[in-house]
Design a protein. Sequence first.
Lengths: 264, 336
Amino acid sequence: MHKLYMELIRMRFLTMLAYRVNYYSGIIIYAINIGAYYFLWGAIYGGQQQLGGLSVEQMTSYVAIAWMSRAFYFNNIDTEIAQDVREGKVAIEMIRPYNYLSVKTAQAFGEGIFRFLFFAGPGIFLISLIIPFHFPATATGWGLYLISLMFAFLINTQINLLTGLFTFFLFRNDGMMRAKRVVVDLMSGLVLPISFFPGWAQTVMGFLPFQAVNYYPSLIFTGAITPGRSWELIGFQAIWMVVILVPILILWRMARNRLVVQGG
Amino acid sequence: MIQVKNLQKEFRIHQARAGLGGAFRDLFSREYKTVKAVNDLSFTVEEGEMFALIGENGAGKSTTIKMLTGILTPSEGEIVINGYVPFKQREEYVRSIGVVFGQRSQLWWDLSPMESFRLLKSVYKVDGTEGDKWLDRLIEELEINSFVSQPVRKLSLGQRMRCEVAASLIHKPRLLFLDEPTVGLDVLVKQKIREFLRNLNETENMTILLTTHDVSDIEALCKRVLVMDKGKLIFDGLLSDLKEKWGNGTEVSFQMKKRTPADELRKTLGEMPCEISQVNEYTISVKVPQSQEMLPFVLSTVMSTFEVSDVKIMETSTEDIVRNIYQVDTGVRGHA
């Protein structure tokens, strides 16, 4: 089983490499995104030393790292599932002796590693030449970040699986997936750190899984919180992972029974 | 090997109301119609059989195949294949079967077939020299060696189809399903695939089920035929029986050396119950209802009486037979 997943990750890697132009433009897009946010935040800070508890330097790192984390956790498996369902490709997936959802997760993981190494890596390198950027000083800092990032990937993938699974019932849910993407980007703290939101909004978001996707790992990376608090956040992530697993399993079971293969 | 009993599949289909007003009403309450795609289907298949499932579009063939392969859950009825219940023990069951869908690819579009084979090998946990040997044999017999390392998107349909067949067989399944495997292929590729399948059936005793529109597929491969119509099984038996029962005989067209009117031929054949029609001045066609007894007689009589330059024998195609079955609605009966 282990070998299968390694092979799937490798395949996705190769697929990503198959289109080289996509790959090169991907790096540039990441660099541009990070750069744009850097200058935007520079303008917002003006001459001020601190905003929402973060210094300019921390903010810069936050923006860069938020995008770097996104490179890893972001994937399109919900649109892939939707496409599989719409075009009837699920039929092929169902004749394979594996669990469809685990396979999708493995593929997403392959994509994540690819982007992390080849998009975010060079992107961050390019950026660090131009703007001041702080990496975690200690191995513990890196370790905590990577653990938290792994959970971020799992939670985001689960959210995608969930929205993807809705296609089995609705057949077309592009709107839902697009809305989900905006919601995740906004509420996960990619666009704006959670501490910048008004108090009531922060309370509401405390009950939602989205900040576990980006805000937690990015916060850990910037070194703005203690290791103890970091472990606490990772704990929250683990809880969210288990919680979201429940509706996925229920929906999957229902989807299997009412699967309709479209077209022939 | 395959046991199917009283199999049923119902779909709920949303009935859209007409017009803009209807569309608004559809937003709040929808009307559904229940359609029985497969209705009370029962049959058994022994190991090593090669058989075809035919029927018009929408007869329920594909739905049946999808239930047999564990993709769809039946509404009612039982299926046991290779000792498994497909939709319940899906993951274990699908290890013992191979499936080719003519209209959908199971290869990775951007990668070479070889990469796909590699992945499928680890999907099915095929390792060791035996697995390699088997793959080599597949590659050799399907003659895909020269393009197996090119990206799938650069292959022609015929090349891709042969790779699809190889992909479905990587794990040496005991049972192979082919859903319209030869759609859109040229004669040469069709022949190659058929030959390969026949060989597989003989050497490995592999059970092969195919659905097809192509009559020549069935004639080349299958002895046994199942005919479906509107979700029901209307015939289960040998291809020759099917022809005997539903075929409208054989048509023979004689090309004469001299101008010959149809009446002359009629005289020669006497009271023979056959249809004679003039195609043109030199060509006359004769329709014989039961080919086995009457065809030799007609041929020898005509050939000895007239100077014939060419003879064409056109057997009723299975398509015609199927059409006949549909038309003679009253004649539809339960099969044995």
